[in-house]
Design a binder for this molecule. Structure first.
Ligand SMILES: Cc1cc2nc3c(=O)[nH]c(=O)nc-3n(C[C@H](O)[C@H](O)[C@H](O)COP(=O)(O)OP(=O)(O)OC[C@H]3O[C@@H](n4cnc5c(N)ncnc54)[C@H](O)[C@@H]3O)c2cc1C
Length: 421
């Protein structure tokens, strides 16, 4: 923290990865941080996700990357093909550095590592409070109110990390766009002993843009010893009820027709409840921070997970916010600096995920044809290939600009500087 910075009373709403990370950074910088969470027992939702080198570098700043790497599964390659065998993606993180990788993790493992850290730091957590509004007072402090009408505060800063359906966002944000996608996905977790099937890989299979199946090695659940894969099946939101009504067996046959090697995994799914349906949406704000209130993570910029960036972006928000607060004496100036610091990176990934999603999850035959014709050859062109890997690695801040994860921690170094100097 810079000598010039002041200490603040800070409320963080939401114990997801963004909220737990920002609470830890700001507590370590000496601020008085309080976490609020709607669940009585904070818990993760969902199956697995891919942490990028950017997100891992932020976790390294918290001293947590090694702990998470012990539980997750390193992913070095992304490979996607149509059910007829046309290669759409064949990319490797190694293109940027021989040791570079993403990390497939069980959400429960990521949550556990971040949550235990917050508990160890002694940050107070008020659980069982659904926060619905925040009020700005004449002295520029803020209070928070829950759905039972209780007030909390005053705080110098409220950080909303309560996810895509944030209630505070509904009442207090400058929303630019908040639109659901027509397609979401069913997600589940299956055992993959010894990581025999998906070691090192995020694998996808497509038919047009209507069918997308994927697997991601995610390592171990907290306390477990078995390796797992996260499995997903793309589905139109409006078709979810029909899918439930049809029963699992007909659907399993479909999966196996597209991808015979999936048979041992879908055999592990016994009831429709073994899969969770996740809706996707696109949300963006005109600005993320003002008047003692900041929206980080999905509360400020939810997007389709096509590029596997959401959790990473939230972790980077957390680190950047702690940095900008630490380097300014004046909180409003720090918040302006935060808006500027995040603009390029967030807008790039919001635009890229909006642009890319219809090629993989839509009813457009044309988009799928263009994808099948162009994406494979593009992966072979050296410049485009490395730009695609940088995009996947979470590094892009604009069409011709990028950040370097090693600026946050040298363990997550890429060769970008060497290549561009
Ligand atoms: C199917 C799917 C796959 C994905 N895959 C990837 C991937 O591979 N890589 C990746 O980086 N990202 C991925 N994402 C995105 C990623 O999951 C999110 O971007 C990330 O979890 C957002 O974290 P967050 O902390 O901002 O919000 P959340 O994880 O949504 O956490 C919000 C927290 O706030 C709490 N809360 C909510 N409302 C209130 C309230 N009113 N008061 C108090 N507490 C509240 C919630 O209980 C929760 O604990 C995926 C998303 C989906 C849906």
């Amino acid at each position: 923290m810079s000598l010039a910075s002041r200490l603040h009373r800070i409320a963080v709403v939401g114990c997801g990865s963004s909220g737990l990370a920002v609470a830890a950074f700001l507590h370590q910088a000496g601020h008085e941080v309080t976490l609020f969470e709607r669940f009585t027992t904070p818990q993760p939702l969902g199956a697995g996700l891919l942490l990028q080198p950017t997100g891992l570098a932020v976790l390294a700043r918290l001293g947590l990357d090694r702990a998470i790497c012990e539980r997750g599964a390193p992913i070095r390659n992304l490979y996607g093909q149509t059910h007829k065998g046309t290669v759409i993606f064949d990319l490797s993180y190694r293109l940027l550095h021989p040791d570079l990788f993403g990390l497939g993790v069980h959400r429960a493992s990521l949550f556990d590592v971040l949550y235990q850290n917050v508990v160890r730091l002694g940050i107070p957590i008020h659980s069982g409070h659904t926060m619905i509004t925040t009020r700005l007072h004449a002295d520029k402090t803020r209070s928070l109110s829950n759905d039972a009408g209780e007030d909390f505060g005053p705080f110098d800063l409220v950080i909303d990390a309560s996810g895509r359906h944030s209630k505070l966002c509904e009442s207090a944000a400058d929303v630019r766009k908040d639109t659901p996608y027509p397609y979401g996905a069913l997600w589940g977790v299956c055992r993959d002993p010894g990581q025999a099937f998906a070691r090192d890989y995020l694998l996808q299979r497509y038919e047009a843009a209507r069918v997308m199946i994927g697997t991601l090695a995610i390592g171990k659940k907290p306390g477990g010893t078995d390796d797992h894969v996260a499995f997903f099946w793309s589905l139109r939101t409006r078709d979810y009820q029909d899918w439930q009504a049809q029963g699992l067996e007909a659907w399993k046959d479909r999966v196996i027709r597209y991808w015979p090697e999936m048979a041992p995994f879908v055999a592990q799914l016994e009831r429709p409840e073994d899969l969770t349906f996740a809706e996707y949406g696109d949300k963006s704000l005109h600005r993320w921070a003002r008047d003692g209130l900041v929206f980080i993570g999905d509360a400020g910029h939810a997007m389709s997970p096509q590029l596997g960036q959401g959790a990473n972006l939230g972790l980077i928000d957390a680190w950047t916010l702690a940095q900008t607060i630490g380097s300014h004496t004046d909180l409003p100036e720090a918040l302006d600096a935060y808006n500027r610091a995040r603009l390029g990176h967030l807008r790039f990934y919001q635009t890229a995920s909006q642009w890319l999603t219809p090629f993989f999850q839509s009813d457009s035959t044309l988009a799928a044809m263009v994808r099948d014709l162009l994406f494979g050859p593009m992966c072979k062109m050296p410049y485009l290939r490395s730009e695609m890997v940088r995009t996947l690695a979470g590094m892009k801040t604009g069409l011709f600009s990028q950040l370097e994860p090693a600026d946050w921690h040298p363990r997550h170094q890429t060769n970008s500087r060497i290549e561009t100097s």
